[in-house]
Write a protein that binds this ligand. Structure first.
Ligand SMILES: Cc1cc2nc3c(=O)[nH]c(=O)nc-3n(C[C@H](O)[C@H](O)[C@H](O)COP(=O)(O)OP(=O)(O)OC[C@H]3O[C@@H](n4cnc5c(N)ncnc54)[C@H](O)[C@@H]3O)c2cc1C
Ligand code: SF4
Length: 326
């Protein structure tokens, strides 16, 4: 580990001031400290934000759900409003990491976590994300867990967060606070695809702080859930996953929100699948036909040729579970 200085912010103003001076925020520390130990991350100053008042879950005036950035994963998963309004969020969180990690790790830190690409974490390997211009060892290396959607010639790493897939499906917004005040960014625009600058991962400006993630109000109640496919039953990242939310009334699907994880360089919204469902009556044939569109545009690599088929099956199965014809 490299030497660093540490400061604990007493309030939001002092946190922002330290962030502006180049300080790096630390919340639960469950991923940043690991990366510092491995010398992948080398911040000079850590700014502990754990005392800031960002730990509330509230229903907004319009009926949306606002989850503070410092809410622990375990707290968010167990919260009655999250459980009843958006079970897909609770399930995605409960299927993440381990109980110990979920008790410490925060929602803001979760969506900011960096890729689990092994070459990114090995400082002796070529990695454009860690060291711009150095190359990408995964392209010719062992790329079984890597992305098949949204990749570029410079990076094929997946975004590892589970709850971010639920946020993408539900078209969440990320609330930010910076020296110029507050702003919010659509979740779809917050995490960036790699392109030729895989080292740029979020649409954050210097020193900006995530204050909350907001799920907008949905005029119609959504039935939802999350399915995660992984190499072992617990404590493992997704090979593929599906977040599905549906509103079915009068036997017809009126609203459909679907996103996939483990396959994209960012959580992958599936608008073609959604379009295929709306206005239709639930049936096994419909789920199969809709899921067939999940892997459109996929570019598998040498070791993850199984992913497009696995993705289709994951989406189909979760549509059946949420749609009620399982
Ligand atoms: C063994 C292991 C298994 C795991 N398995 C899973 C899994 O299956 N699914 C899954 O989704 N995750 C998994 N994780 C990741 C885990 O969920 C994250 O480590 C955790 O959510 C990070 O939250 P944190 O508060 O500890 O973040 P920190 O480590 O404190 O910070 C992470 C990053 O976020 C930034 N940051 C934190 N808060 C803010 C804020 N409010 N504003 C701006 N920047 C901020 C920090 O600067 C840092 O860059 C796993 C982690 C481990 C170690
Ligand atoms: S896939 Fe991305 S993170 Fe992994 S080695 Fe290549 S550039 Fe680095």
């Amino acid at each position: 580990m490299y030497p660093f200085s540490f400061t604990k912010a007493a309030d939001t103003r002092s946190a922002l001031a330290a962030g502006q001076r180049g300080g790096r925020y630390i919340a639960g520390g469950t991923t940043l400290v690991d990366l510092m130990r491995e010398t992948v991350e080398r911040p000079e100053t850590l700014v502990d934000i754990s005392a800031l008042p960002l730990r509330k879950i509230t229903v907004t005036e319009r009926g949306g759900l606002r989850i503070g950035a410092l809410v622990r994963m375990a707290e968010a998963a167990a919260h009655p409003k999250v459980r009843t309004l958006h079970p897909v969020i609770s399930q995605a969180l409960e299927l993440s990491a381990s109980a110990q990690l979920r008790n410490m790790a925060t929602i803001g830190g979760n969506i900011m976590q960096r890729t689990r690409c092994t070459y990114f974490r090995d400082v002796t390997a070529a990695c454009n994300k860690r060291e711009p211009g150095s190359g990408c060892a995964a392209l010719e290396g062992f790329n079984r867990t890597h992305a098949i959607l949204g990749t570029s010639d410079d990076c094929v790493a997946t975004h590892p967060s589970d709850v971010a897939v639920a946020f993408a499906a539900l078209e969440a917004k990320v609330h930010l606070l910076g020296p110029d005040g507050e702003r919010s960014v659509a979740f779809a625009d917050f995490l960036l695809r790699p392109g030729s600058t895989p080292n740029r991962e979020q649409a954050l400006r210097k020193g900006e702080l995530i204050t909350a993630v907001e799920i907008p109000a949905h005029p119609r109640p959504l039935k939802s859930g999350y399915l995660k496919v992984r190499d072992r039953q617990s404590y493992e990242f997704a090979l593929t996953s599906a977040a599905v939310a549906l509103h079915i009334r009068g036997g017809v699907i009126r609203e459909a929100k679907v996103a996939a994880g483990g396959v994209g360089t960012v959580p992958w919204k599936l608008p073609a699948v959604e379009r295929h469902l709306i206005g239709e009556r639930p049936s096994k044939a419909l789920w199969t036909a809709a899921a067939e569109r999940a892997a459109e545009g996929a570019r598998p690599l040498e070791h993850n040729r199984f992913k497009p088929e696995l993705l289709k099956r994951t989406v189909e199965r979760q549509l059946r579970i949420v749609g009620g014809t399982a």
